[in-house]
Ligand binder design. Structure first.
Ligand SMILES: [Zn+2]
Length: 460
């Protein structure tokens, strides 16, 4: 058989099992998974490696926070952020897209879509952020669908949500009726506000009090409220960066009643615990929500294993170490977010698959197949199958590196996992049949990434 390119001799991870086979690629698409000889101009040797579908990280922040021009924003832009993605074996990212002052959801998608086309190395889907009551316009949903974007992002912690929750419910319910998935940051704003004020009265306003200012009860309360909405209205909802055992238990119980609630967690909550926030440099671990206890970590790993957690996404929103540490004095000035696109899959493979905590099949579901299904890009993305995009990762399961953020692609310049020994890294990465990483080095340039035209959510 003839092809443009063949990935030869690897163990190809298909849905359910790995098989020794060659993957033939023509026109950027997988044409066959075969043991027949493939005659191709380009041969990618995968001997001794796994061949995985490219990762789908549904939750990143690469286009700024939507604040005023010139306001401080995250360290990575589309170029550096998607270089980090490629290096980590992630070939599709889902970006939280915050409208600028006066901008509609659809205008934000058009503006950021143009940036994607000019600057991104990998493919992209966009979640427009409902940043205020001015965005609660159901007429926008049909236009978003025409633009190929079929999800919206809601934060329960913003003033507008507290002030206009019934109108948010109406908008989310209409989005659900039109086949959108609503992704939600779940923490209870009033509990956080009270906790923060209470700590300040005790003279505790620095980063060491951060965990207490955003307790797991605040996450649990917001999740319970969201579940009540989803159950009452039948609206599908996706909880981002779930961090605690209590909130996970609420989601698992709701799912057992048939409520359409999906759960994402994030590497910070799988690999680190709250004691780190008491260290001298504890501010560098700040994320929203905060790090939790070892019992929460164990509960999340059980959720990964048994299927109550659907996806692992990064919430990649990095700052430089100097920025993180400089903002550590006041709870309301902290800079939440870390770089994780390059480490999410290797860390999960190393700490999960190699230890037997999760299977290889679950690893692929959590980091590729499930997010592709939930966000309407399956089977184009998230699976190796004839007709799917040739987003392929030649994964060396034996390569060991010590994490060193100063040598990685993100402009953060550090990693919260610096010094961690991690086994299992991408060696070659293909996006639509094009080598974007070769021998572990990023070889693609900006401007080849595409804004994906998505279908409706296709829950499992
Ligand atoms: Zn986020």
């Amino acid at each position: 058989m003839k092809a443009d390119l063949v990935v030869r001799g690897g163990d190809v991870v298909l849905e359910g099992a790995a098989v020794r086979a060659d993957v033939a690629v023509t026109g950027g698409v997988v044409t066959a998974i075969t043991r027949e000889p493939v005659d191709a101009a380009t041969v990618v040797d995968a001997t001794g490696c796994l061949v995985l579908p490219g990762g789908v990280d549904a939750h990143v922040h690469l286009s700024g926070g939507g604040g005023p021009e010139g306001a401080p924003t995250w360290a990575d832009d589309w170029e550096s952020g998607t270089r980090a993605a490629a290096a980590g074996g992630v070939t599709t990212v889902g970006n939280m897209t915050v409208p600028r002052e006066g901008e509609s959801l659809t205008d934000a998608v058009r503006r950021v879509g143009a940036d994607v086309a000019a600057q991104s190395l990998v493919d992209v889907l966009l979640h427009p952020v409902v940043a205020g009551e001015q965005h609660l316009d159901p007429a926008q949903l049909a236009v978003l669908r025409e633009l190929g974007q079929t999800s919206i992002k809601v934060f329960t912690v913003i003033d507008a949500y507290s002030a206009h929750r019934q109108r948010f419910y109406a908008f989310m319910a209409e989005a659900g009726r039109q086949g959108f998935l609503t992704v939600v940051h779940c923490e209870d704003a009033e509990l956080i506000g009270w906790s923060t004020a209470h700590l300040a009265e005790q003279g505790r306003a620095d980063f060491r009090a951060y965990g207490e200012s955003r307790p797991d009860t605040a996450e649990e309360a917001a999740v319970a409220q969201l579940i009540a909405f989803a159950e009452t209205s039948g609206t599908p909802v996706y909880v981002v960066h779930l961090s605690s055992a209590r909130a996970l238990a609420a989601c698992a119980a709701a799912r057992s009643r048939g409520v359409p609630v999906y759960v994402e967690t994030r590497p910070l909550y799988l690999h680190l615990t709250e004691e780190l926030l008491q260290a001298e440099d504890g501010a560098k671990y700040i994320g929203q929500p905060p790090l939790r206890r070892a019992a929460d970590v164990d509960a999340l790993w059980a959720g990964l294993r048994f299927g109550t957690v659907d996806t692992v996404a990064t919430d990649h929103a990095p700052w430089t170490l100097a920025e993180k540490l400089a903002a550590g004095d006041q709870l309301d000035e902290l800079r939440p977010g870390v770089a994780d696109l390059e480490t999410v899959r290797p860390m999960l493979f190393s700490a999960g698959v190699l230890t037997g905590r999760i299977s290889l099949a679950r690893f692929v579901e959590l980091t590729a197949t499930n997010p592709a299904r939930l966000f309407g890009v399956y089977p184009r993305k998230g699976v190796i199958a004839p007709g799917s995009d040739a987003d392929l990762v030649v994964w060396d399961p034996a390569e060991t590196r010590v994490v060193d953020g100063s040598r990685m692609q993100s402009r953060a310049g550090y990693s919260p996992y610096d010094g961690t020994v991690v086994t299992g890294w991408p060696r070659e990465v293909l996006s639509r049949g094009e080598l974007v990483v070769s021998g572990g080095a990023v070889v693609a340039g900006p401007g080849r990434g595409q804004l994906l035209q998505r279908g409706l959510t296709a829950p499992r």
